[in-house]
Unconditional design. Structure first.
Length: 314
């Protein structure tokens, strides 16, 4: 399938989970006449909000608005100024789509179909029930954990986000292995009349390695899912750091599988009509998501293994 569609779909699912962490009044407003909404969520606190009356006044510009093209609602994170000298704290805000401006900025070499344009908000009034404690959500202790019985709502946010974002990459790797296997049977190598690429030991080895590495990536992801389900909000920070580092490794492995298959697929695989070149570009862009910064995630995991303080949100 198309990586951009998979990415938007998995994020829309995760973002409905996020709405279920908002105050109950907002959940009732949203879900009174529908089963789901289409809502991007920019969780980097690129905006500023100040308390005013029984709500907040919000302004800012947010990048990476995945899914905003089809949105009903929009969620963004901002730093809320505290009273006197109290430090600002991050908070998540929800606004109807027509309350924000979407700027057409998404011109990229991969994941072009996500429509992840910039979101601009200027002095918007947001009622308090349309805001949520971001750090409580990160730790699996937001409103949803108190009012919903299902264990999903007591799950820390970052592992859910990383799972939503990693599944399309692993899916692209699996699809590429299948396509490469089928292509080998039909491809005749230039300069060797009558010899199929499938008959070359080097191609057989590359196919076998790619298939095993794709299975390893999926099994690593499934192992993380099993641990998340077993521990939920009881997970330590070190557990959560390891989960995210593991998923970053699964995405990196998927990227390298696609690179290996691309190297062995000939020049025709780079025509714009061929799905492999799009998969290569899409997964390269996916791997640039901040949650998959491999150096940072492995550094955090190494620090946690050594008992050092984590440097980042997990």
């Amino acid at each position: 399938g198309d990586a951009s569609m998979a990415w938007v779909t998995t994020f829309y699912i995760e973002h409905n989970w996020m709405i279920c962490q908002f105050p109950e009044a907002f959940q009732r407003e949203i879900f009174s006449d529908r089963t789901h909404v289409l809502a991007p969520a920019s969780v980097s606190p690129a905006g500023q909000a100040r308390p005013e009356g029984d709500g907040f006044v919000l302004s800012g510009r947010w990048k990476w608005g995945t899914g905003v093209v089809h949105a009903d609602w929009v969620m963004v994170s901002a730093m809320v100024t505290g009273p006197d000298d109290a430090p600002a704290v991050p908070r998540l805000f929800a606004l109807p789509r027509d309350a924000v401006t979407v700027e057409d900025t998404w011109y990229v070499d991969g994941m072009a179909g996500t429509g992840s344009h910039d979101i601009v908000i200027e002095e918007a009034r947001v009622p308090s029930e349309r805001s949520a404690d971001f750090l409580a959500m990160v730790n699996g202790r937001a409103t949803g954990a108190r009012i919903h019985e299902g264990p999903l709502y007591r799950t820390p946010m970052i592992p859910i986000l990383a799972l939503a974002a990693s599944m399309p990459a692993v899916g692209q790797a699996r699809a590429a292995v299948r396509a490469f296997r089928d292509r080998l049977a039909d491809r005749i190598l230039f300069g060797t009349p009558g010899i199929r690429q499938a008959d070359k030991p080097a191609a057989q080895i590359r196919l076998a390695r790619a298939e095993i590495e794709a299975r390893q990536a999926e099994l690593l992801m499934r192992d993380v899912v099993a641990e998340v389900m077993a521990l939920r909000e009881r997970a330590t920070v070190a557990d959560r750091i390891r989960w995210t580092a593991s998923l970053a490794c699964a995405v990196d492995a998927s990227k390298r599988i696609l690179q290996s298959i691309g190297e062995a697929s000939g020049a025709s695989a780079h025509f714009l009509s061929h799905p492999l070149q799009r998969s290569l570009r899409d997964v390269n862009v996916m791997a640039c998501h901040v949650v998959f910064d491999l150096d940072q995630r492995l550094e955090m995991h190494g620090r946690a293994m050594l008992g050092l303080e984590a440097a980042g949100i997990a």
